[in-house]
Design a protein around this ligand. Sequence first.
Ligand code: DGY
Length: 323
Amino acid sequence: MSTKPQINVIVRLEDDLQAQLEAACNVRYLDFDASRADLLAAMQDAEGILLSPRVRGDAEFFDASPKLRVLSTTSVGYDPFDIPEATKHGVVVCHTPGVLTDAVANLTTSMVLNLALRIFENEAYVRGGGWAQNAPRPELGLDTKGKTFGVIGFGRIGQEVTRRMQALGMKTIWYDVFDTPHPAAPPSEFRPLEALLAESDFVSLHTNLDDSSHHLIGAAELATMKPTAYLINTARGGLVDQAALTQALQNGAIAGAGLDVLEKEPPTANDPIYTLPNVICFPHIGSATHETRRAMRELAVENLLAVLAGKRPPAPVNPEVLG
Ligand code: DGY
């Protein structure tokens, strides 16, 4: 009988990563669209699971996983997993911080430049024959130099975005639940949330989603922003009250938004937000480069194998479980 631990894998992996797992574990590959009942049944004997944040890890999930020691997600965000429940069940949750910082900072930068320079409007104008017909052009864009960029959430990604925005000539300010930045953070001024919202020409969200940050940006916060300001969200849809944002964008309370995340993903077919003329919306692609996704899967495999081998994983969310 095999003494290897049983694990479930519910993400697609490259052959070499599969081989790495199979050398150390009995691997059960679950269908990406496995039903909840099939997933829970497969958790009965599993000591580890490698998954994406599309799977919900709530009390029911942990109750159905009596042997589980490690849940390793191929994401930095761990909002779909109930961490206190995992800790109560003795399960180490691991994630992938650091390896996607540049990719998300690049996407954020692209949104800022696209909004400022009206790149999408101009491209649609040319593609739609507007230039060929010598039709009136879209409005002029904005310079970034001298504008103020407000970062909400001054962790790895918020700091990297700050560096890029400083390179674009912007004054940067930041808000976080803590007011002392990491020693390696770029020089940038702290502001209380309300002051940051009132002062910024661009407000960009880079914070975790949890109970305390749910709808951090609602009607009151949007009303505090300048009518000429833009909101960028490449973090989590739930940070923003989307109904309030839709209204603010429709009535001109703010100038526009760049969104890589929505409250409901994928959105419903009749969700107005992604067709508004002052919105650019991407389908949650912040980390979607070949190199970054590969690095995330590698780190997720490393996290899982370390816990199963009784070692400290590189990126635990609840290290207290490790003792
Ligand atoms: C993350 O890593 O959290 C990205 O948003 C992908 O889900």
